[in-house]
Structures are given as structure tokens and as C-alpha cells.
Design a protein around this ligand. Structure first.
Ligand SMILES: Nc1ncnc2c1ncn2[C@@H]1O[C@H](COP(=O)(O)OP(=O)(O)OP(=O)(O)O)[C@@H](O)[C@H]1O
Ligand SMILES: CC(C)(CO)[C@@H](O)C(=O)NCCC(=O)O
Ligand SMILES: [Mn+2]
Length: 924
């Protein structure tokens, strides 16, 4: 069939000004002039206005992102010696919109968990209201007391520096939060008698001090209760909380919520508590050991004269324990004692060599002492834990407490002991929020906190840059106000990837028959605090839901590309790094190209490359890593530096250009018979999917022609069969065979991708076809901008423009409430008629080029209820994610593959190949 070749599109070029894409300075200037001054102004008022709290420009906020707590850096000062690495920085004037605080005051460390409220500031625009009406969504029908959106922050201090902790609480007014149930709704605080929940020994020991210094009463919560509550919450609510760590290899464990109990919880703090957990609030402390984290740190300090725990740990990485431990080989003249399974390299007696040597303490290297001590204590904890697991027939042992500190050698040693003694029967697992179990548990003990029924899909973890929030040394929440955040970075953070967070050290070599040899530590230092970037801020978003049409939500994995393959990781890191300068240019231009925008652009580039470097060193640092996470991280990082829509002007230009061509395209389509039209429509979607600013190859293309030239070229190249080509199946479903007309779909969800040609010339005409057949159409678009993706906010205007030229679209848009007071007359002058099937727009709940269907907006979830067709369009949503997703209804996945490697990997094809994958509804 001819498609649009040699077609009227050729004739319409003259309607369009020469919209040439290129990157030279002239064209950038042109972009800058285009109304962007206003935008720049808006954003600068936005971020300078930190007094008034959080403003999200352009009303673009959704639940997931948007406003952040503002940080007051005035009078910020470095405490103590500023030459010191990671000096303590105090922010005396910072307060936060904190609502709640809970503490765990242990023998070594104080852990704080605090909640900052984050109201949903999204504007109730007309679209939302009508969508809600149409889809029958009401507010607050889900629970009796709604959990407010907000964020959980994690901070820790040394117990010996309690005063710093008190200053921190006081400077942020953490103790003045809304108390009890008032936190969870919008009522004002009940009284001034503030109470803070706290656990750990310090809750008793320091209660008076808290009263004296802060005027608050400590409400004591039982430590074991809290540990268990915290562990249960984490294991149920955080997707990738638990992981195994064996021989340097970290693997996240999917915990089945219905098969969690019983398990053994080993909390390695100063001392060690061993708890058998049988359910929520059902547990027994079955054992403990006084040889714990305090022992390592205390003895280690005496023996090595180290000044900090981290220094001690760092020493161990350069240690050789054989100089001090007595090995089996030392006793057996270099031989194994294989009869009982001991290799010559097995440690027979920790520190045993010190008895025979005529050496004094000074004669041993502190490095060797530290390693020997660390190994002795970790191994002992592993062994005792195993014995207790054996006692109760438990297979799973979770290790928490800050002794673990995300440190590879510690975890490997514990795992080794458990594995070795249980002969592989029992498994040691670690927790990302290792040290915060007690504090989280104390937090949970507030009445009506509402966290009980928070589920995995309500939580989104984010990794903002700026100030470390897991604390220790720099105290402050994630920096909110950009202007100040940047000065912060310029002031306190050195260049580039130096702000990369600390990395737990390289895998040790673990070998032999019960032997455990020297860690082959690569790299010389353990950087300041490995946990500082290991856990993020937990965003509580009660409105998120699991997409109801997923066939098997439990088995669903959004990412198609698994980045655990290091080559794959390297490849995508390179792609993202190389794309970065261009992205920064666009972002800076989108904010008016001002000096300030340049500064922010610079800060973004640094922050993002620091994230990349961090993840390159430790891919699992932020939890399980897939390509979708990386792409989302980039968008979040842009937003963090207040680039809310880097491609704004490009999107506008492309929309305008495409809308100008649309009438001719529709006219041409209308001259075709049904079959030719359907093929042309699908071809059109695939061809127009070439406009993707996330693809390097395509960006290069844009420099070579106008939008229409590229579109035409792309269409001309369309040649069936496509690399994945289920078109005939889809056609049969749509048009039937043997003269039998199938029933049209009731409702189709069209997940749209890019602005411009992609949505206007590709997806809208397809939507129109479906509408014409009597199928309701829901356009599903991003809540927040990501690359040049079209957003739910932008779509109504685009549809309104398109509707000017098309009666079908106009009537459907009216019926769907999209054209409330917009234009009403079409070119043909016909009057509105709302009896038509509706065209609606819903937001998808995310701000990324990919989509994780386990966490979508309630709008989308509601719209999905009567849908029987899902169309996923574009690489991000149908290839990078969801290529393997199975649905309860029919699904069509349409994309042009604009990356050579992905083409090879996914479809054994090449760049610009197309995918048209149709999946019938599974037999029910
Ligand atoms: N920066 C640090 N300073 C001191 N100790 C640290 C640090 N980081 C990790 N640790 C280790 O973590 C241990 C404390 O862990 P954790 O905070 O879980 O226990 P705790 O609550 O203080 O102790 P307990 O529960 O026994 O009262 C220390 O004894 C030490 O081994
Ligand atoms: C005393 C606690 C519970 C304080 O957190 C902890 O340090 C611990 O469990 N110590 C071990 C004591 C023992 O069971 O031998
Ligand atoms: Mn503790």
C-alpha cells in the first residue's frame, strides 16, 4: 500500500515555516527568545521565594514530586576544624515543616526518623475535575483517616554527641510537630505538651535532659517491640529492602509478605539482640551477645588509637589478619586438617599468634589488628545467629544494626559463617535501613500514624543530592531551595564526582574449607559514610495504586533491561553521560539561559554525574537497579535543580508544526478504506515515534531536517514486515475476517509518549479511529515532564487544537469534558454533540520516560477498570519497561527502536526497526 508516500504531505511543507532543528548557536538564540523570558522569571521567583514555602512552577506538581522542604542556610557554620574531612555543619536557622519525630537512643548512636508533611499541591484543574467526575473518583473513600503525603527522613548522631542531636532537633523544631492523630489529618495541634516517642536505653537515661533542653516529654517505647515493628514494616513495605551478600555479590531478595514469618532478627548494635519473630508484635528475644558493635569499636579504638569508627573500618581494608590470627596451618605445619573440614588457611584462633610472638602492641600493624577484630566479631555473630536459627528451625536470618554499616567484608563474613555452619540451609540477609529499625518502630508506635496499611506501592524512594540526610556529619534535610542548594554545593562540596558518596569496599576473597582469607580489598579508602547515599528519602504517596490490568502484579518486573550485567550498565552509563551536555543546554535554555540557570545547570550536571559514578561503583547502592530507575533518577535530578521542563520550547514548536499538518493527514486518511486506514494509522504511530529527544541517534537526525521532512522520511522507510509484526492479528481483531465484524473495544487506554508528531500525527489519529468505532479513549500521559514527553496537563490544549479540524475529536473531547470552555466550532461549523463516546486524558502518576505499572495514579487506576485494550507507545513505556508485561486485557505495544544495542538485544534487529506486538487477552 502506498501509505503517505508521494503523498499530500509533500504538498503541505509550505504551510510550515522552516522548523529546522539544529544545535548551533543561532538556533539556540531563537529558542531563547521564544517566550522564555517569562518562564525564566517565573522560575526565579519560584526558587527565590523560599519564605513562602514550596511553590511548584506551572502547577506541574503531582504527588510524586514537586515541592520540597526549604532549607535555611543562613548562619550555617562549620563546627570545629574546617580542615577536617566532612566537618560538622550546623544550620541554626533551619526549620522544616516537620510533623513527627521518633528516636532510638542506643549505646553508640542516636537514630532519628522524622516525617515532613508534603501536601499534594497539584492544582485541581478542569481536566482533573471532569476526569474525576467521569471516572467516579471521590476523595478519601479509601480509608477512614487519610495518611498525608509526606516524606520520611533518616538521620543519625553519635550518642556521645547528644548535644548536637538536641541542637539539630531544636533548630528544626522537630519536637514541635503536630502530635498524635493531628499529624495525619489537617487539624491544628491539640496542645503545647509535646511528646516524642523514643526507644533504646537513652530514652530512659536522657529523658530529663530532653525535658530540660527541649521541654518535651519522652514517651518510652520498648526497644525490642520497636526493632520488630521496624523490621516488619521494612520487610513488608519496601520492595528491595533485604538482600544477601556473599563473596562481594549483593542480591536483593523478594520477600513474600504472606510467607515472612517466622524469621530470626539479629540486631547488631553496641550489643547484639537475637529475636525470633513470629508475626506483628509476636516475638521473643531468644538470645543475645555482648560481643557486638561496641566491642569492635571499643577494643579497636584502644588497640589502634583510631579516632572514628570509620577510620577503624577503613584500616581493616588494608589489613592482613594472618600476622595476628593463628591459622590451622600455623598449628599443623602448613597442612590442612581436612578430616574435620579445616583448611590450612582457616583461622584456628583469633589473635592467637600474639601469644607466641615476642611482640608488643606497637609491633602489630593497626590495619591487621582491625581486620582480625572485625573478622572475629562478625564471624562470632554469624555463628551464634546460626545456632539460634538451628534451635528454632529458622531458615532466614535478617541482620540489622549499624555495626553492619553496609560494609562488604562484615556482611560476607557473617554470611560465610551462617552458610558454612548451616551447610547452606540457613540464609543471612541484610537490610538497607539496617540501623533504623528501632527508630522506625518508635515512629510506628504513634497512634494512627496510618503506616500500618501503607503498602509497597505507596512508597517511592528518592535520592536527592545536596546534604546527606542519613547524617552523621552534615546535618540537614535534603536541600530544598535551589539557590541555596547550589551555594551549598559550591561551598561545601568539591568538584564533580568527589561528592560521590562513599563506597563500601570491594569484595573480599572467600575461599577454602571453612577458610576465610584476607579480603583482597581494591581501592584504598572507605569513604566517609557508606550509608549516606545508600538510603534515600521515603516519599509516602498514598494515592498511588497498582495498575489493575496487570495480569500478575507479583511477578511483574517493569525493567526489560537488567543492569546487573556490568557491560550493559557501562553502556547505558555512557549513553546517559554523553547525553548530559545537550540536556544541560536544553535545560538552561528552558529557564531563559540566565546566569542563574547556568549555575543550576552546572549543579545538575555535577549531581547527576555523581549519582552515575556512585552507581557505577556500586550498582545496587540505591536498591535494585534497572534502566528505568536511571532514567527516572535523571528527571528527578533535573527537578531537584528546578528544571521543571527542559524541553518546553521544543515541545511547543513540534506541537505547532504537527498540528499544522494534521488536517491534511486526516483528510487523506478519510479517503482510504478501513483496512488501508488501519495500516496507515499504525505505520503513522511507528513513524512518528522517531521524535525522541532521549535518543542520541535521533537528536543527530534532527539537525538534518525539518520535522516534516523527518516524519516523511520515517514514513517512507516503513516497510513491513516490521521486526515484530503482529499487525495482521490486530487487524483481524479490529476488522474481523470472513465478513464478520467483531465488537469494538469498550475502552482503550493509550499510553502516549512524545510531544509533537508522535502524539499529534501518530496517536491522535489512532485515537480518532477508535472513537469512530465507538471505543472510549483514554489518553494516558505523564504527570510531570520527562524529556520531550507530552504531559497530561498539556494534552487538553493539543486535543482542543486538533479538534478544531476534526468533528470526531471535537465531539469526543466534549463528551470527555476536555473542551469545557475552549473553542466550540469546528471548521465545518457543526455544533457540539455530547452523545459521542468520550475522549479523556488521565495522568499516569509519574515523571519519567518509563513507567512502573505498580505505582500509577488513582486516575489511571480508575480509568483502567472498564478498559479492554491497552496501547503502550514508545521505547520507554513499551520496550525499556513493560515489553514483557502481561495484561488482563488485550495489549498493543508500538515502538520504533532508536538504539542499536537495544534493537540487537531485544528484537535481534537494528536501529529504526519497529515493534508492533499485539497480545490478545489471556483466556480467563
Ligand atoms: N559513625 C559511627 N560511630 C560509632 N559507631 C558506629 C558508627 N557507624 C557504625 N557504628 C557501629 O554501629 C554500632 C552501633 O549500632 P546501633 O546504632 O545499631 O546500636 P546502638 O543502638 O547504638 O546500640 P544498642 O542497641 O546496643 O544500645 C557501634 O557500636 C559501631 O560498631
Ligand atoms: C542491651 C541492649 C538490648 C541495648 O540495646 C543491647 O545492647 C543488647 O542486646 N546487648 C546484648 C546483651 C546480651 O544479651 O548479652
Ligand atoms: Mn540499639
Amino acid at each position: 500500500m502506498a501509505g503517505l508516500n508521494g503523498d499530500p504531505i509533500l504538498g503541505i511543507d509550505d504551510k510550515i515555516e522552516n522548523l529546522q532543528y539544529n544545535n548551533n548557536n543561532n538556533s539556540n538564540e531563537a529558542i531563547d527568545k521564544e517566550g522564555l523570558v517569562g518562564i525564566g522569571e517565573e522560575s526565579s521567583t519560584c526558587y527565590k521565594n523560599n519564605q513562602g514555602g514550596e511553590k511548584d512552577m506551572a502547577g506541574n506538581s503531582i504527588h510524586r514530586s514537586g515541592s520540597r522542604p526549604q532549607l535555611d542556610l543562613s548562619k550555617a557554620e562549620i563546627q570545629g576544624n574546617s580542615e577536617e574531612r566532612d566537618p560538622t555543619i550546623l544550620l541554626p536557622n533551619q526549620s522544616d515543616d516537620i510533623s513527627h519525630l521518633a528516636l532510638d537512643i542506643g549505646g553508640s548512636l542516636i537514630k532519628l526518623v522524622y516525617f515532613s508533611r508534603h501536601e499534594d499541591q497539584s492544582v485541581e484543574d478542569k481536566r482533573k475535575k471532569t476526569v474525576k467526575e467521569r471516572l467516579g473518583i471521590t476523595n478519601g473513600n479509601r480509608r477512614s483517616y487519610p495518611v498525608l503525603g509526606g516524606r520520611l527522613h533518616f538521620v543519625k548522631f553519635e550518642t556521645s554527641k547528644l548535644n548536637e542531636c538536641l541542637d539539630f532537633i531544636s533548630s528544626k523544631q522537630l519536637h514541635c510537630g503536630r502530635i498524635d492523630s493531628h499529624l495525619w489529618n489537617s487539624e491544628p495541634p491539640a496542645n503545647e505538651n509535646a511528646v516524642i516517642k523514643a526507644t533504646g536505653g537513652g530514652a530512659y537515661k536522657f529523658a530529663d535532659l530532653f525535658k530540660e533542653r527541649l521541654g518535651v516529654s519522652i514517651e518510652k517505647e520498648d526497644e525490642m517491640d520497636c526493632l520488630v515493628a521496624g523490621a516488619n514494616f521494612l520487610l513488608k513495605a519496601i520492595r528491595h529492602e533485604a538482600f544477601t551478600h556473599m563473596e562481594g555479590h549483593k542480591e536483593f531478595v523478594q520477600i513474600d509478605h504472606n510467607d515472612l514469618f517466622p524469621y530470626l532478627l539479629v540486631n547488631v548494635g553496641s550489643g547484639v539482640s537475637i529475636i525470633k519473630v513470629d508475626g506483628d508484635g509476636k516475638f521473643q528475644r531468644v538470645s543475645g551477645t555482648n560481643v557486638g558493635g561496641g566491642t569492635y569499636w571499643g577494643l579497636g579504638r584502644l588497640l589502634t588509637k583510631c579516632n572514628s569508627f570509620d577510620e577503624l573500618l577503613e584500616l581493616s581494608q588494608r589489613g592482613d589478619n594472618r600476622t595476628i590470627d593463628m591459622l590451622v596451618g600455623d598449628i599443623y605445619g602448613g597442612m590442612d586438617y581436612s578430616k574435620i573440614g579445616l583448611s590450612a588457611s582457616t583461622i584456628a584462633s583469633s589473635f592467637g599468634k600474639a601469644i607466641s610472638d615476642k611482640k608488643e602492641l606497637e609491633d602489630y600493624r593497626p590495619e591487621d589488628i582491625s581486620l582480625s577484630l572485625l573478622r572475629m566479631i562478625s564471624y562470632n555473630i554469624g555463628q551464634i545467629s546460626y545456632l539460634n536459627a538451628l534451635r528454632f528451625g529458622l531458615k532466614r536470618i535478617f541482620f540489622g544494626g549499624f555495626f553492619i554499616r553496609g560494609h562488604a567484608y562484615t556482611m560476607d563474613t557473617i554470611s560465610f559463617a551462617v552458610q558454612f555452619w548451616s551447610k547452606g540451609e540457613a540464609q543471612a540477609m541484610f537490610l538497607r535501613h539496617e540501623g533504623f529499625l528501632g527508630a522506625l518502630g518508635a515512629f510506628m508506635s504513634y497512634q494512627k500514624h496510618g503506616l500500618d496499611d501503607l503498602m509497597v506501592h505507596h512508597l517511592v524512594e528518592r535520592f536527592p543530592m545536596g546534604a546527606p540526610y542519613t547524617g552523621g556529619r552534615i546535618h540537614g534535610p535534603p536541600l530544598g531551595d535551589l539557590n541555596e542548594k547550589i551555594s551549598w554545593m559550591e561551598k561545601f562540596v568539591q568538584k564533580g564526582t568527589e561528592i560521590t558518596a562513599p563506597v563500601p569496599m570491594a569484595p573480599p576473597g572467600t575461599t577454602g574449607l571453612g577458610g576465610f582469607e584476607v579480603p583482597s580489598s581494591r581501592g584504598a579508602t572507605l569513604r566517609s559514610d557508606a550509608s549516606a547515599l545508600n538510603i534515600g528519602v521515603l516519599h509516602l504517596v498514598p494515592t498511588l495504586e497498582v495498575f489493575p490490568l496487570l495480569a500478575n502484579p507479583k511477578m511483574y518486573e517493569p525493567n526489560t533491561i537488567d543492569l546487573s550485567d556490568h557491560k550493559e550498565l557501562e553502556y547505558w552509563f555512557t549513553v546517559l553521560s554523553e547525553h548530559s551536555p545537550d540536556l544541560v543546554d536544553k535545560a538552561v535554555a528552558s529557564e531563559g539561559g540566565t546566569d542563574d540557570a547556568k549555575r543550576r545547570g552546572d549543579a545538575f550536571a555535577r549531581a547527576f554525574s555523581a549519582h552515575l559514578a556512585r552507581l557505577m561503583e556500586e550498582p545496587a547502592a540505591y536498591g535494585k537497579l534497572g534502566l528505568a530507575n536511571l532514567l527516572e533518577l535523571r528527571e528527578e535530578c533535573l527537578r531537584e535543580f528546578q528544571f521543571h521542563d527542559a524541553y518546553r520550547s521544543i515541545k511547543q514548536r513540534e506541537n505547532e508544526a504537527s498540528l499544522a499538518v494534521l488536517p491534511d493527514l486526516l483528510l487523506e486518511l478519510d479517503h482510504m478504506d478501513e483496512e488501508a486506514r488501519l495500516l496507515t494509522l499504525i505505520e503513522g504511530v511507528l513513524a512518528a515515534n522517531i521524535f525522541d529527544w532521549g535518543s542520541r541517534a535521533c537528536v543527530d537526525l534532527y539537525h538534518k531536517g525539518t520535522i516534516i521532512e523527518i516524519y516523511r522520511m520515517s514514513r517512507n522507510k516503513m516497510q513491513r514486515p516490521w521486526r515484530v509484526d503482529d499487525f495482521d492479528l490486530f487487524k483481524e481483531r479490529m476488522l474481523g475476517s470472513d465478513g464478520k465484524k467483531p465488537k469494538p473495544h469498550k475502552r482503550a487506554l493509550l499510553f502516549v509518549d512524545n510531544s509533537g508528531a508522535d502524539v499529534v500525527l501518530g496517536m491522535l489519529p489512532l485515537a480518532r479511529e477508535l472513537l469512530r468505532r465507538g471505543t472510549e479513549v483514554v489518553l494516558v500521559a505523564n504527570s510531570l515532564p520527562a524529556l520531550n514527553d507530552v504531559t497530561a496537563m498539556e494534552l487538553p490544549d493539543i486535543v482542543a487544537e486538533a479538534a478544531k479540524h476534526c468533528d470526531v475529536l471535537r465531539r469526543a473531547a466534549e463528551a470527555g469534558g476536555l473542551l469545557v470552555d475552549a473553542m466550540t466550532n469546528t471548521e465545518d461549523g457543526s455544533k457540539g454533540n455530547s452523545s459521542s463516546v468520550p475522549l479523556m486524558v488521565v495522568e499516569n502518576g509519574c515523571g519519567s520516560p518509563c513507567i512502573d505499572l505498580r505505582q500509577v495514579s488513582s486516575e489511571l487506576a480508575a480509568a483502567a477498570k472498564c478498559a479492554d485494550l491497552v496501547i503502550l507507545e514508545g521505547m520507554g513505556r513499551s520496550l525499556h519497561t513493560n515489553f514483557n508485561a502481561r495484561f488482563k486485557c488485550e495489549a498493543l505495544k508500538l515502538a520504533m527502536v532508536k538504539n542499536q544495542r537495544l534493537a540487537e538485544k531485544l528484537i535481534q534487529g537494528k536501529i529504526y526497526d519497529c515493534v508492533c506486538r499485539y497480545e490478545p487477552a489471556p483466556a480467563s
